[in-house]
Structure formats: structure tokens, C-alpha cells
Design a protein around this ligand. Structure first.
Ligand code: GUN
Length: 282
């Protein structure tokens, strides 16, 4: 078994981004990210704090908008409208989930696609389907970078993605397909999940259910990528995969924490840099 060290790969990517940010600043462009948090979901709070810390470490300017839970849809859309027009802001991220009275579709749809560093806007989702994109959603893009860092080529491999969310499962399948993988997407209505996962050369689990992937569901020598962030009974972070038993079967495996998570964080920085570079060319 080889451990895929997301922390180490992310640190390397971050160092490269820091250099590119410095180079851009020399041209008079100061990359900027606005992060909007509505309400006080504790997990979202942690994500947003981490995003700001990451930006600071790479020299990216960031602004945080901490809005009350009961903000109206119009007030939120107005703020996004202002940020859309602000030349100091190259990326806008609205932390999800939003409170129930707000429409995520409308809110995400109001972000200018060239500032949509999450790549959640329908325009960017469409570009991803076509294989012609400026931004990729951070988690699937981070997984692809990890595979590349370990010279794992999806071409010709059977890639099984478990989970079909708009944020991870669907775009993940698309990126593996663009790299010539043969892709199967499994989900909660897949009748015999184990039969499908056992066929995977590359298995990506993005469900959010701990102990979902057991040793008998993994083909010997498979590459196992665990995207999930769950908590066990002791409150410790864990993924979907029973790491201790699967690690002896897999050829490569990501730990949780320290696998995909750090890469997701770094891809947001990369998308912000890409947005700033594109703005510099305009
Ligand atoms: N909530 C959980 N993951 C994400 C993400 O990648 N982006 C945003 N905006 N919200 C999230």
C-alpha cells in the first residue's frame, strides 16, 4: 500500500501558487477573494476561517462577509452584485449550505461566471461537461491533481465514483471521463454496490457515510480515493472507507484527514489565481 499524502502535495502546490501570486503582484494585479458566510453553521465557520488563512499564506487578499441567518435573498443578491463589479475582487465564494429561505440556485446563478471560483454556476458546469473550462470545482480538481502527483493515469481504467452530488460526484465522473477513464457512477439506488466497486481500478467515494467501503468491496491493487469528511463516535474525522482494512488491499489510498481535504483547499487558491490572471489579460 502507498499512502497518498495530500498534505505534502498541497504544500507543494501552495508554494507554486505563492510564487505565481508574487509575480502577478509585480504586474500590479493583487488577487482578491470574497467569502460570504450566511448564519453560523459551525462546520461552515471552520471552512471559511481556513479559506482566509490559506489566502493569507499565499499572499491573496481576502474579504469575509459574515451575514446574519435571516438576511433576505435580495440583500444577499445586492452584495453579490456589488462584488461582481468590484475590480479588486477576482473570486466570489458563497459558503454552502445556505439557510432554507434562500435559493442556492438563484444565489450561485447571480455570481459572475468569471468570478465563480467554486465553478458551481450553470455556465461553468456546462463548460465542464464540454471539457473546456476555466475553473474546476475544487474537490474533483484536487483529486485529479493528486492522481497526477502519483502518476496514476485514469486512461483505460475502470473508474467507479460513488456519490452523484453536483459538487463532487458528477464533476468527478466528468473529469475522469475527459482523461479517458471508463466511468461508472453509483449512488444510493444502485442495487449491488459491492459488485460495482469491486470492478474499480480507481474507486472514488464521495458519499458521507462512514464505514461504507469495506475490504470486500475493493479489488486488490485498486487506487482508493476517499473524499468524505465524516465524524466517528469519538468525534474524530473519518471518511467513507474503512481505512485500516482497505489499506492492505489497495495499491494507493488517501487518508482522512490529510488526503483530499488539503487539495480542495489549495484548488480554491488556484482558481482565484486563475481568475486574477484572466482579469489581468482583459
Ligand atoms: N460547502 C461544502 N463544500 C463547499 C464548497 O466546496 N464550496 C462552497 N461554497 N460551499 C461548500
Amino acid at each position: 500500500m502507498n499512502l497518498i499524502d495530500g498534505k505534502a502535495v498541497a504544500a507543494q502546490c501552495k508554494a507554486e501558487i505563492r510564487e505565481k501570486v508574487a509575480a502577478l503582484k509585480e504586474q500590479g494585479i493583487n488577487p482578491g477573494l470574497a467569502v460570504i458566510l450566511v448564519g453560523d453553521n459551525p462546520a461552515s465557520r471552520v471552512y471559511v476561517t481556513n479559506k482566509e488563512k490559506d489566502c493569507a499564506e499565499c499572499g491573496i487578499y481576502s474579504e469575509e462577509y459574515k451575514l446574519p441567518e435571516n438576511i433576505s435573498q435580495q440583500e444577499l443578491l445586492d452584495l453579490i452584485g456589488v462584488l461582481n463589479e468590484n475590480p479588486a475582487i477576482h473570486g466570489i465564494l458563497v459558503q454552502l449550505p445556505l439557510p432554507k429561505h434562500l435559493s442556492e440556485d438563484l444565489v450561485i446563478g447571480s455570481i459572475r461566471p468569471d468570478k465563480d471560483v467554486d465553478a458551481f454556476h450553470s455556465y461553468n458546469v456546462g463548460k465542464i461537461m464540454q471539457g473546456d473550462y476555466q475553473f474546476l470545482p475544487c474537490t474533483p480538481a484536487g483529486v485529479m491533481k493528486l492522481l497526477d502527483a502519483y502518476n496514476i493515469d485514469p486512461a483505460g481504467k475502470h473508474c467507479v465514483v460513488v456519490g452523484r452530488s453536483n459538487i463532487v460526484g458528477k464533476p468527478m465522473a466528468m473529469l475522469l471521463l475527459h482523461r479517458n477513464g471508463t466511468v461508472t457512477i453509483c449512488h444510493s439506488r444502485t442495487p449491488n454496490l459491492a459488485e460495482m466497486t469491486r470492478q474499480a481500478d480507481i474507486l472514488v467515494s464521495a458519499v458521507g457515510k462512514r464505514e461504507l467501503i469495506t475490504a470486500d468491496m475493493v479489488k486488490p491493487g485498486a487506487v482508493v480515493i476517499d473524499v468524505a469528511m465524516n465524524r466517528n463516535d469519538a468525534g474524530k474525522l473519518c471518511g467513507d472507507v474503512c481505512f485500516d482494512e482497505v489499506k492492505d488491499i489497495a495499491s494507493y489510498i488517501t487518508p482522512v484527514p490529510g488526503g483530499v481535504g488539503p487539495m480542495t483547499r489549495v484548488m480554491l487558491l488556484e482558481n482565484t489565481l486563475t481568475a486574477a490572471q484572466a482579469a489581468a489579460k482583459k
